[in-house]
Design a protein around this ligand. Structure first.
Ligand code: C5P
Length: 229
């Protein structure tokens, strides 16, 4: 019998800390990690570079199917993304890619084209998948689903700090504005909108440290799979 893959989904808006949580959880549990936002970002970057209009649904879906993208870890264990063999990790984090990603992500044919690629990340012993629709569409049978929230101001502050720490220029009021616009688009699109799955646990991390969020998440995981701590 094939070894099972336990899936933990972490969904939420930009800057909620879902990427940080998912990465720490995966490391702690020895699971694989899928940062699905990176897939939409890398598709958007490829489209911008090749001059594919961000509303040309069929061309973008075709590009999504043929995309040469690899997720790797550096020697220091930092994640990096290669597009056509080139390390584009830094470029992906900018808000220009975030905004373009949210535009292409609203197109149903694009989402359909990326579905199998995302599901292929599920390998034993398990996967932590973060994004917007991990618990609702991509892994609807996941036994642990977390929806991470935080106030818009706090999310903008976190994203600002994250970008600054990576040496990327950003302005707080602009970031707040861009995150608000992106949220609005992600929550109101007709296909796979950002919303908690009915069986998700909602965690508001506004006043929680990342360690507290991680503890809560590990508690939820231990209900389905007791872990040595
Ligand atoms: O999480 P991140 O900010 O990297 O995602 C960039 C954009 O990609 C989001 O604003 C969203 O529109 C899109 N996305 C999505 N579904 C996912 C992950 C990301 O629609 N599962």
């Amino acid at each position: 019998m094939a070894e099972p893959c336990l899936v933990i989904t972490v969904d939420g808006p930009g800057g909620s800390g879902k990427g940080t949580l998912a990465r720490l959880l995966a490391r702690r549990l020895g699971f694989h990690w899928l940062d699905s936002g990176s897939l939409y970002r890398v598709l958007a970057l490829a489209a911008l570079r090749r001059g594919v209009p961000l509303d040309d649904e069929q061309a973008l879906a075709e590009l999504a199917r043929s995309l040469d993208v690899r997720f790797e870890a550096t020697d220091k264990g930092e994640p990096r993304v290669l597009l056509d063999g080139e390390d584009v990790s830094r470029e992906l984090r900018g808000e220009a890619c975030g905004d373009a990603a949210s535009r292409v992500a609203a197109l149903p044919a694009v989402r359909a084209a990326l579905l199998d690629r995302q599901r292929a990340f599920c390998k034993p012993p398990g996967l932590v998948a973060d994004g917007r629709d991990m618990g609702t569409v991509v892994f609807p049978d996941a036994p642990v689903k977390i929806f991470l929230e935080a106030d818009l101001e706090e999310r903008a502050r976190r994203r600002h700090k994250q970008l600054k720490d990576q040496g990327i220029d950003a302005n707080l009021p602009d970031l707040l504005d861009e995150l608000a616009k992106r949220d609005e688009r992600d929550r109101n699109r007709p296909v796979a909108p950002l919303r908690p799955a009915p069986d998700a646990t909602i965690l508001d991390s506004t006043r929680m440290s990342i360690d507290e969020v991680l503890e809560r998440a590990l508690e939820l995981v231990s209900r389905v799979q007791p872990q040595p701590r």
